[in-house]
Design a protein around this ligand. Structure first.
Ligand SMILES: Cc1cc2nc3c(=O)[nH]c(=O)nc-3n(C[C@H](O)[C@H](O)[C@H](O)COP(=O)(O)O)c2cc1C
Length: 333
């Protein structure tokens, strides 16, 4: 299959295995590359000294041995509150990471550095105003993050966000993210004008993911109405499974938390603290035997029925996309 995304990234199938904090790992990204798609992971999954460098060396070796067209990319949280941003960007540039996904802030520095050696940069956007800024900075594509996506979901449905981005920025590829977990979903996004899909939640239920079996089972068992938005993890609304612990701690920041994150003097440090303590809560949650669970997932849990190796998931999605295309042709003859 050929789309602007397969051409830009030199991959066989227009799918990005989305970056997922604490979930994405070397095994998943390698399996993604070997299956002819783009694997990706957040740099923040590798925070200890030299971990990120070592991983990038391994991924570059794996990429050089590929017999299919696959690649990998890295997600950088570009928000000022990420204390590792500069350090991680420097490492990624030195290791010539093939592509970047930026989230939560200005991608300026990443675009400048990545373009210095020909890497591509896709920016997470949830609306046209943010897309405009990324476009002016020279991004290579948008990741349109829509309603119901896992993580920091956007407020807008992809059926509106994808075509409106395409209309306003006709030469910039749009990658749809949120609520897609099978081939029919991919085909529908291509029909809307997307150049590909970035899929997260489906890949939490894979054998390789670095999370507890309980979390993976919860992905399979949950339905779309079990997903709620909480501000308790990072301050920005984030989708999670509505576990008893999530209910207990509530979903909204209280009055004091809101004023600390709006006050120009306390904003930066308070947000940093919220994010750090949210990260710690999530870290505990993904480990086995923890009952204070905060499990991040999108509404596509409704469509996920099994825990499978990444390679099998990708093969199945490819077949489903082809089948959905054939079915559609029969239907609209
Ligand atoms: C568990 C989990 C963790 C995530 N962590 C990140 C992250 O660290 N950085 C990021 O840019 N997006 C993150 N996301 C969002 C995904 O990259 C992607 O946009 C989203 O999963 C797409 O929607 P879907 O889950 O419905 O497929 C995360 C999503 C999930 C489910």
């Amino acid at each position: 299959m050929k789309t602007k995304l397969t051409e830009l990234l030199n991959i066989d199938f227009p799918l990005i295995m989305a970056p997922m904090f604490l979930v994405s790992n070397e095994a998943m990204v390698t399996a993604g590359m070997k299956s002819g798609i783009a694997g990706s992971f957040p740099s923040l999954n590798y925070r200890k000294d030299s971990e990120l460098e070592e991983l990038l060396d391994k991924l570059n070796i794996e990429k050089s041995k590929l017999t299919v067209k696959g690649t990998y990319g890295i997600n950088l949280i570009v928000q000022k509150t990420n204390p590792l941003f500069e350090k991680h960007l420097k490492i990624c540039v030195a290791k010539k990471v093939p592509f970047y996904i930026t989230s939560l802030g200005s991608p300026k520095e990443v675009i400048e550095q990545a373009h210095s050696y020909g890497a591509k940069v896709f920016c997470d956007v949830t609306n046209l105003a943010h897309a405009q800024k990324c476009f002016e900075l020279g991004c290579d594509g948008f990741i349109a993050v829509g309603q119901g996506a896992g993580g920091h979901a956007g407020p807008n449905p992809l059926q509106i966000l994808v075509p409106s981005l395409q209309h306003k920025f006709p030469n910039t590829p749009v990658i749809a993210a949120g609520g897609v977990a099978n081939g029919a979903g991919i085909l529908s996004m291509l029909a809307l004008g997307a150049a590909g899909v970035s899929m997260g939640t489906r890949f939490i239920a894979c054998t390789e993911a670095s999370v507890s079996d309980d979390y993976k089972k919860a992905i399979v068992d949950s339905k779309m109405h079990d997903i709620v938005l909480t501000e308790k993890i990072s301050g920005t609304p984030c989708t999670i499974i509505n576990t008893p612990f999530a209910k207990k701690i509530g979903y909204k920041q209280n009055w004091m938390e809101r004023s600390l994150s709006n006050n120009s003097r306390t904003k930066k440090y308070f947000k940093m603290w919220v994010q750090l303590s949210g990260m710690k809560k999530l870290e505990k949650s993904v480990k086995p035997g923890n009952y204070n669970t905060l499990w991040c997932a999108g509404q596509s849990v409704e469509l996920i029925e099994d825990i499978l190796p990444c390679k099998v998931i990708v093969e199945r999605i490819e077949k489903e996309t082809q089948q959905a295309y054939t079915d559609l042709q029969t239907m609209i003859q």
